[in-house]
Write a protein that binds this ligand. Structure first.
Ligand code: 6GU
Length: 225
């Protein structure tokens, strides 16, 4: 899978893409992530990439031309399955959409800044608009890091223990059950006996029950869909 991220702040993406599972996935060749600085496609010697909004109002708006040129160049090199714009007014991200994106070949992710991008970019170039939740971030970069992390970890083969990503919270529509590790007792706090029993059938039943209990308690909305 190839992911091209278009941003005015490439530095913001360095650390999230350079560690842990996302880094290992790149090292393995499971994903090829390229970060492009939109400013390199800006106009004039100042490399201008934003301008005042027509009709007034607060804040600068990202201009069409630099984003257009960059997307045109990329599209000439390969076909893209989706060109995603990250914006608080997009469709709220959830696991099913993450899973679908993890099996496509090429995507572009556009990070907006300032007051957003000229509407004509959204109308003519973007195929999908995604939000990561009902709150406003200063720009799309942190949302891009979230989206890429979520997608990359479910690309088949990225997590070595094949079942690991499949047992995440949300993968079966439920929250994940609690987990424990050594020691069996700390400070008088004991690990549930069933997990030490060695009875795999009983353990699986307990985990299912706990997942259901947790979901009913913490996220009943997940059960009513
Ligand atoms: Cl994708 N972008 C911004 N700027 N804010 C957000 C968001 C995205 N998702 C939630 N808030």
């Amino acid at each position: 899978m190839r992911i091209d991220i278009l941003t005015l702040l490439p530095e913001l993406l360095e650390s999230p893409l350079g560690h842990s599972i996302v880094k290992r996935a790149q090292d393995k060749g499971a994903v090829d992530i390229r970060v492009h600085n939109i400013r390199e496609y800006g106009k004039g010697s100042y490399r201008q990439v934003d301008d005042y909004a027509f009709g007034g109002g607060a804040g600068m708006v990202m201009t069409v031309a630099p984003v257009f040129e960059l997307i045109k160049k990329l599209k000439a090199e390969r076909p893209y399955d989706e060109i995603i714009y990250l914006t608080p007014d997009g469709e709220r991200l959830a696991q099913p959409a993450v899973n679908r994106l993890s099996v496509v070949t090429n995507i572009i992710i556009l990070c907006g800044h300032y007051k957003g991008v000229d509407q004509r970019i959204r109308e003519h170039l973007i195929t999908k608009e995604i939000s990561i939740g009902d709150y406003v971030l200063s720009g799309g970069e942190l949302a891009a890091a979230v989206l890429v992390d979520a997608v990359v970890r479910v690309i088949p083969g990225v997590i070595s223990d094949e079942t690991s990503a499949l047992t995440d919270s949300f993968q079966d529509g439920l929250l994940a059950p609690p987990v424990y590790t050594r020691p069996e007792e700390f400070n008088g706090w004991r690990v549930p006996d069933v997990l030490l029993s060695g009875n795999h059938k009983l353990i699986a039943e307990w985990q299912e029950e706990q997942a259901m209990l947790r979901t009913r308690q913490l996220r009943p909305d997940l059960l009513n869909e």
